[in-house]
Write a protein that binds this ligand. Structure first.
Ligand code: TYD
Length: 206
């Protein structure tokens, strides 16, 4: 039986997810919530090994299906080993990326379409976020923000790929308006934090 709250953060690389995740965690802890912060790909020892394989720039020959299955494999382990047990203990789980990333990056970015949803039905095993904050920045802004740091295999992809990912997120937000909260992430860090807190106050009695 699920008792906790499952929150995921989504968005393009460079959308400012990490800062907001950290701030939300501190805020909820101050309010007395028990919070675990985790991420995908990764979140478990096995998942972190899978992450290294997926993001390794040397793995140029990796096929789309291999990539999609590896993300899903990392997710399956994460759901069973970390997310479900934490929710059962009544914790708030904040996850940096979840299944929407696969739909946007592999489904749209890699043009794999529905296959990605099929694969991930098994991986998530019915465990979906209660709320997802989609940090929206135009693709150019995101790529500008990651300019200068060493890029992983996905970040090295073309502008056309990232434009498709962006389209994927737009489509997801339209499809799941109850779950996905679109946050204008081009504003100041403090304003974005305020918006997110506002939603959280509506969900939790804090
Ligand atoms: P992330 O951890 O957000 O990157 P960073 O640590 O550099 O901020 O995610 C790694 C990359 O993996 C990112 O470019 C998005 C991509 N990704 C997918 O393509 N599919 C997925 O299912 C997930 C979870 C991530």
């Amino acid at each position: 039986m699920k008792k906790g709250l499952f929150i995921s953060f989504e968005g393009m690389d460079g959308s400012g997810k990490s800062t907001q995740i950290q701030r939300l965690k501190e805020y909820l802890e101050k309010k007395g919530c028990r919070v675990i912060l985790t991420r995908e790909p990764g979140g478990t020892p096995i998942g972190e090994k899978i992450r290294d394989i997926i993001l390794d720039r040397e793995n140029r020959e990796m096929r789309c299906m291999t990539e999609a299955l590896l993300y899903a494999a990392s997710r399956a382990q994460h759901v069973e080993q970390v997310i479900k047990p934490a929710l059962e203990e009544g914790k708030v789980v904040i996850c940096d990326r979840f299944v929407d990333s696969s739909i946007a990056y592999q489904g749209y970015g890699r043009s794999m379409g529905n296959a990605v949803e099929e694969i991930n039905r098994y991986a998530v095993a019915g465990c979906m976020p209660d709320v997802t904050f989609l940090m929206r920045v135009p693709p150019e802004t995101g790529s500008g923000r990651i300019e200068g740091r060493e890029k992983d295999r996905i970040e090295m992809e073309s502008d056309a790929f990232h434009t498709e990912v962006y389209r994927g997120y737009e489509a997801l937000a339209e499809r799941w308006p109850q779950r996905i909260v679109s946050v204008d992430a081009s504003g100041s860090v403090d304003d974005i934090e305020k918006t997110i807190r506002g939603y959280m106050k509506g969900i939790l009695d804090i």
